[in-house]
Design a protein around this ligand. Structure first.
Ligand code: UD1
Length: 430
């Protein structure tokens, strides 16, 4: 099992290029199988989650050609199987986007039912409600979701909770349904808009993505397209909080500043200077940061996927901060790890009270999940001494060249996979 070993204390200074948005790419890759012609997708992040989904897609018979690390062509003409095994779902929940894509195109899909995960139980009732409303028979048998329809017919569907996954999945299923589908109370995240834009570039007729209501007029077929995935707002935000926590000065390049508004607002609130350019954002921190309160909410609110990164930063800010997690019930476990590095935290229900400390001290911690892992790396970079982050396989699911990018702005971090390597690193840096 690989680890990151980090020597903290360096200010992060410099420029970092942000890659394509993992969560947009997952929806886009699944949607790509709905065309009978070749579709080219660019600006893909080269991360494990994407590679697993591409395997699942070729596993059902679609042709997948990786032109380079960030570009792929997909042709769904020869899709011959409509079932996605638990192996894929276990590795990456978002394989369930193939449910909407296969049902929409072939009127049949069998996908293993995803379980909960480290950040909480994650129901998919809203996805299934949407498929049923469009006319599909949906059964759960032997751990699988089996969805079938003779025909799908557009409907007026009101989601009970705002869900990114349900919005994207039901939108895909509705793209080739007969007539008009109206989805209300939908998620407005940039990646929802990106998947809708991609489907439209293949000939779908979707209006309103990015607002509370999406209207989809069904079309009979989808055609070839070339599309570039939007930049990853969460990767960008992670480096922005890394700059804040390490008293750094980092410019994240190739971003859409509009997508980072909630993050920028919080960084300014705690005392960072933030400069916005057309496609870049610079964060400057003099280390004199103060507490604030934050509550995670659906977009344009503060993203739950950035909660651990702001939590780590607030643990170094003067004063008492309250972080409220309103999306996932089990997303504070990283704070127990952070407490081992000297953070002063108290968790009650879905709120954490964080009393800022002067500094963290390096310790051995576990990544727990993707964003928690990235946040603990930020903590390690800000800490005194050596931090070892175990289970970095989680981080590799969603960050491309994470350690290289951090090194390029002055972070002292290496990927290792033995106690001997850890000792070697410790000797080298001490
Ligand atoms: C997506 C993101 C994830 C992010 C999350 C919230 C991807 C691949 N993943 O996850 O990184 O943390 O959005 O921004 O894009 N819910 C239900 N019933 C449902 C669906 C969801 O009750 O059928 C609830 C969930 O338990 C959660 C909330 O709705 O409390 C939001 O979840 P959702 O937006 O669906 O998250 P994901 O799409 O799984």
């Amino acid at each position: 099992m690989e680890q990151y070993v980090i020597k903290g204390g360096n200010r992060l200074v410099g420029e970092v290029e942000i890659g394509g948005a993992k969560n947009a790419a997952l929806g886009i890759l699944a949607a790509a199988i709905m065309a009978d012609e070749t579709v080219l997708i660019d600006n893909l992040p080269d991360v494990n989650d994407i590679n697993v989904l591409l395997d699942a897609i070729s596993g059902i018979g679609a042709s997948v050609h990786r032109l380079d690390r960030h570009m792929v062509t997909i042709n769904g003409k020869n899709v011959s199987a409509y079932n996605i095994d638990y192996d894929y779902i276990k590795k990456i929940r978002a394989s369930y986007y193939l449910l909407g894509a296969l049902l929409g195109k072939y009127k049949r899909a069998e996908v293993a039912l995803p379980g909960g995960c480290n950040i909480g139980s994650r129901p998919i009732d809203q996805h299934l409600k949407g498929f049923r409303a469009l006319g599909a028979d949906v059964e759960i048998e032997h751990g699988k979701i089996i969805a079938e329809a003779d025909r799908l017919v557009g409907k007026h569907i009101y989601f009970d909770v705002v869900s990114v996954g349900a919005t994207i999945n039901v939108m895909m299923a509705a793209v080739m349904a007969e007539g008009m589908t109206i989805l209300e109370n939908v998620a407005k995240e940039p990646h929802v808009v990106d998947v809708a834009n991609f489907l439209n570039s293949m000939g779908a007729n979707i209006r309103g993505a990015g607002t509370d209501v999406i209207k989809i007029r069904g079309v009979q077929r989808l055609h070839t397209a070339e599309y570039a995935v939007i930049p990853d707002q969460i990767e960008a935000g992670t480096f922005m909080f890394a700059a804040a926590a390490t008293k750094g000065d980092v410019t994240v390049k190739n971003v859409i500043p509009k997508h980072l508004e909630a993050t920028i607002a919080k960084l300014e609130e705690i005392g960072c200077k933030v400069e916005e350019y057309d496609d870049a954002v610079r964060v400057i921190s003099d280390g004199n940061l103060s507490s604030t309160h934050v509550k995670t909410l659906p977009y344009p609110g503060f993203p739950t996927d950035m909660q651990p990164q702001i939590g780590v930063t607030l643990a170094l800010c003067k004063g008492t901060s309250v972080v409220t997690e309103s999306i996932f019930e089990n997303r504070f476990k990283y704070l127990d790890e952070l407490a081992r590095m000297g953070a002063n935290v108290k968790i009650e229900g879905n709120s954490a009270t964080i009393q800022g400390v002067e500094r963290f001290s390096g310790a051995r911690v576990s990544a727990l999940d993707l964003r928690a892992g990235a946040a603990l790396c930020i903590a390690g970079l800000a800490a005194e001494g050596i931090t070892i982050v175990d289970d970095i396989v989680y981080i590799q699911r969603g960050y491309e060249h994470f350690e290289e990018k951090l090194r390029s702005i002055g972070g002292i971090i290496e990927k290792v996979n033995s106690e001997k390597d850890i000792r070697k690193f410790t000797l080298k840096v001490s």
